[in-house]
Design a protein around this ligand. Structure first.
Ligand code: NAP
Length: 293
């Protein structure tokens, strides 16, 4: 039976280190501060904001929320982003998306300074990942995958790594991060032929397709480590008779049939998604360190 690569243990370990790092910054008069820019008051944004604020407070970091109305003009939003860029007391910026339709997403993201871009959404941050310049930050989810591997001592160096998905949020950046760590990386997508065969040849598999329960036992073999990034509504309806094993959210991997085969597998929920807030705060603390080096 596979080792469960639980996210909570990873997030807790990151949190303990962040407490030490934040205390050291505070001793120098610096309180790492995340600026959250929120347009409107959508439920998912409010719950993300609540989780991020809790994580920041747990380690002694601060949060400043820039709350704008749903009908804010693009100019006003960009002016707000620029004021957060210019504020030396704000070390990192998180812009909640999707933005309302009347706002140009590229223009808004492009206004964030890469040095303050906590979720790798600017071209500057993405260039930093590909050029290895150390500028900006990778997307929190991609970085979470790397921290899960590190925490469970799964070293990608010299290993065959297969990444399912090539989005700019997960597939591409995580592939670059794995390549940087000397993995031999194959990136798969919807046109990849013989996918089960390709996946079976890997030592480490990162699954980020957004296709609920779509990868099953025919794709895996003994000894593999699998990180399931997918977060999808369960296509299996809630049973009429209570079944405690039923979850409203599922990953891309058929957990129950793959768990008996592989060496390690991250659960959904409770895997990658449990680490992303801790990584967000880690990025804020790192940005504060860089700004005060
Ligand atoms: P996305 O932009 O829709 O990209 C999906 C990728 O999967 C695309 O590259 C697509 O290929 C590929 N794909 C789709 N069907 C495939 C198939 N049958 N075989 C092989 N490849 C296939 O999705 P995303 O934003 O990267 O998100 C992926 C998943 O991660 C989603 O479930 C999302 O909810 C989840 N997510 C989780 C977290 C977290 O914190 N855990 C954070 C963000 C996102 P093409 O390029 O050819 O279309």
């Amino acid at each position: 039976m596979a080792q469960r690569l639980e996210g909570k243990a990873v997030a807790d370990a990151i949190g303990e280190q962040l407490k030490i790092d934040v205390a050291a910054l505070k001793a120098k008069g610096v309180t790492p501060t995340l600026g959250i820019i929120r347009v409107g008051a959508k439920g998912p944004d409010l719950s993300y904001e609540k989780g991020a604020t809790k994580r920041c407070e747990e380690v002694g970091a601060a949060v400043k929320v820039y709350e704008l109305p749903e009908d804010v003009t693009q100019d006003k939003l960009i002016a707000t982003i620029k004021s957060a860029n210019d504020d030396k007391g704000v070390h990192g910026i998180l812009l909640f998306r999707p933005l309302p339709k009347h706002i140009d997403d590229n223009a808004a993201c492009g206004a964030i300074l890469p040095a303050k871009d906590m979720d790798g959404i600017t071209d500057g941050s993405q260039a930093g990942i590909y050029s290895d310049s150390g500028k900006g930050f990778p997307p929190c989810t991609a970085d979470s995958v790397m921290h899960i591997l590190d925490h469970y001592k799964i070293d990608p160096s010299g290993k065959k790594v297969v990444v399912l998905g090539r989005s700019t949020v997960i597939g591409k950046p995580v592939s670059m991060l794995l390549l940087k760590r000397n993995g031999t990386v194959t990136i798969c997508h919807s046109k990849t032929a013989n996918l089960p065969e390709v996946v079976k040849a890997a030592d480490i598999v990162v699954v980020a397709m957004g296709r609920a329960l779509s990868v099953g036992k025919d794709s895996f073999k003994a000894g593999q480590y699998v990180i399931d990034v997918g977060v999808n509504p369960n296509p299996v309806p809630k049973p009429a008779v209570e079944d405690k094993s039923w979850k409203s959210t599922v990953g891309d991997v058929k957990f129950d049939e793959v768990e008996p085969i592989v060496a390690g597998l991250s659960p959904v929920p409770g895997g990658v998604g449990s680490v992303t807030n801790a990584i967000l705060v880690a990025h804020v603390v790192e940005a504060a360190k860089r700004a005060n080096a």
